[in-house]
Design a protein around this ligand. Structure first.
Ligand code: CMC
Length: 427
């Protein structure tokens, strides 16, 4: 591609620089467009807009490729650990053995939450959705850890990042415990990040909890698969919130709120609910027909993606992990067969072929999480737990980006033009 792009408006021609990344599409730098032409661009949903530069995650949606700092997600999921991926995303390189141990220790040392935070939980109804609790409690962290909210101090930024990554499993487990009426469990720092989370979620103080290594490995892999995903809606929300100078705890709470939606992180819960509603494979055609019907708002949950127009590489790993978890727990959920059949039928249907709709990360995750014992309301919480690593890494990258500005999109105004106020008696 050339290094400038020409743009013509009202008979005048303008030139804009074209920037190239290390891989992926070039971008046209239109920062001066409004100043020079008086026109904005129109791009609802940012389908053609690069909102920032980033060296964290690369996705090639046509080829079904996902790289973190250059490493393919499949290799990371198979060979790495969530803590190692967290280090990689935050620091740019894989850690040495010593660096990994130090990082693990640092995160471990921050797993406890302020005791007063437990009282905070009691303000919620027992039947509150755990994502509602997460939005509130994570937002409240800035009130508890005010000594790490100065975003201009790199040391405070690092401490806040570690605190968020370390405390989010504790808070997530507390949200679960609160809803089932069981006591909160303090973290056990002799366990791994993921083992500790499983114990805080499923253990009880009355008896010892033994972490099942196969489940721990599967859960850790699920966390890796969700760790980061480029400039998706919640990450962009974190960046937008952060662009005003808001503290990191508030920014991550904003990301959690955005993630909750069924088109984003809420899709894993919605996908399992959909599979339950379908039940047995005979009913699949009925649901496929509904998904294709323009007059029916129903969509196949766990299918389709803004960026992937090919199989989501995370779904491949997820599908494999289902069997591993079933074997480890000696369970066999018939819904997995329904999911496999649904995928098969959808992928041979012209509607899904033409629109390039493939299973995404959420299609199989619900079956695994349910087998492990998580209630559906917790699924999106687990996504938030893992994505906190990506949000924190993206937030740090944004703060140190010299091009960073407060996010302030413009609009195409379609409301009334100026008119005079009419007193109510005359209306
Ligand atoms: N079932 C049926 N039709 C679909 C689906 C689906 N799951 N997804 C997209 N379509 C159709 C849609 O109706 C539209 O058709 P038409 O062009 O005739 O109007 C076309 O495909 C393009 O859809 P879109 O909504 O314009 O695409 P988008 O890029 O804005 O949306 C999406 C992407 C993920 C929101 C959408 O595919 C969807 O709603 N999927 C179901 C929810 C889901 O699984 N979300 C999880 C995403 S992955 C995890 C994450 O990142 O959070």
């Amino acid at each position: 591609m050339t290094d400038t792009a020409k743009f013509a408006l009202d008979g005048k021609e303008f030139e804009y620089p074209v920037m190239s990344g290390s891989v992926g599409p070039d971008v046209v730098d239109i920062r001066k467009l409004y100043a020079q032409t008086g026109a904005f661009t129109y791009d609802p949903g940012f389908t053609s807009t690069a909102s920032c530069r980033s060296a964290l995650t690369y996705i090639d949606g046509d080829e079904g490729v996902l790289l973190h700092r250059g490493y393919p997600i499949g290799e990371l999921a198979e060979q790495s650990s969530f803590m190692e991926v967290a280090y990689l995303l935050l620091n740019g390189e894989l850690p040495s053995a010593d660096e990994l141990q130090t990082f693990n220790t640092t995160i471990t040392r921050h797993t406890m939450v302020h005791e007063q935070l437990a009282a905070f939980f009691r303000g919620f109804r027992r039947d509150a959705h755990p994502m509602a609790i997460m939005c509130g409690v994570v937002g409240a962290l800035s009130a508890f850890y005010h000594d790490s909210t100065d975003i201009h101090d790199p040391v405070q930024r690092t401490i806040a990042s570690h605190r968020l990554i370390a405390k989010i499993p504790t808070i997530a487990a507390m949200a679960h415990k609160y809803s089932v009426g069981q006591p909160f469990l303090y973290p056990d720092n002799s366990l791994s990040y993921t083992g500790n989370f499983l114990r805080m979620t499923f253990g009880v103080p009355a008896e010892p909890y033994e972490v099942n290594p196969a489940v721990e490995r599967a859960m850790d892999r699920i966390f890796i698969l969700h760790a980061d995903h480029e400039q998706n809606a919640s990450t962009s929300t974190v960046r937008l919130a952060g662009s005003s100078g808001a503290n990191p705890f508030a920014c991550i709470a904003a990301g959690i709120a955005c993630l909750w939606g069924p088109a984003h992180g809420g899709a894993n819960e919605a996908a399992l609910n959909m599979l339950r509603e379908i039940g047995t494979p005979e009913r699949i055609p009925e649901f496929i027909a509904r998904a294709k019907d323009k007059n029916d708002p129903f969509r196949l949950m766990g299918f389709g993606h803004r960026v992937y127009k090919n199989y989501d590489p995370r779904a491949t790993v997820m599908q494999k992990t289902v069997r591993e978890v079933f074997d480890a727990l000696k369970v066999n959920d018939p819904l997995f067969e329904t999911a496999l059949r649904l995928e098969e039928i959808a992928l041979s249907d012209d509607y899904f072929i033409e629109k390039k709709l493939f299973p995404n990360v959420d299609f199989y995750s619900g079956v695994i999480l349910s087998a492990i014992g998580f209630p559906t309301e917790m699924f999106t919480v687990l996504f938030a737990l893992a994505r906190t690593v990506g949000w924190v890494a993206q937030w740090n990258e944004m703060i140190t980006d010299p091009d960073q500005k407060i996010g302030r999109p413009r609009q195409l105004y379609t409301g009334p033009t100026q008119r005079s106020y009419v007193p109510v008696a005359e209306r």
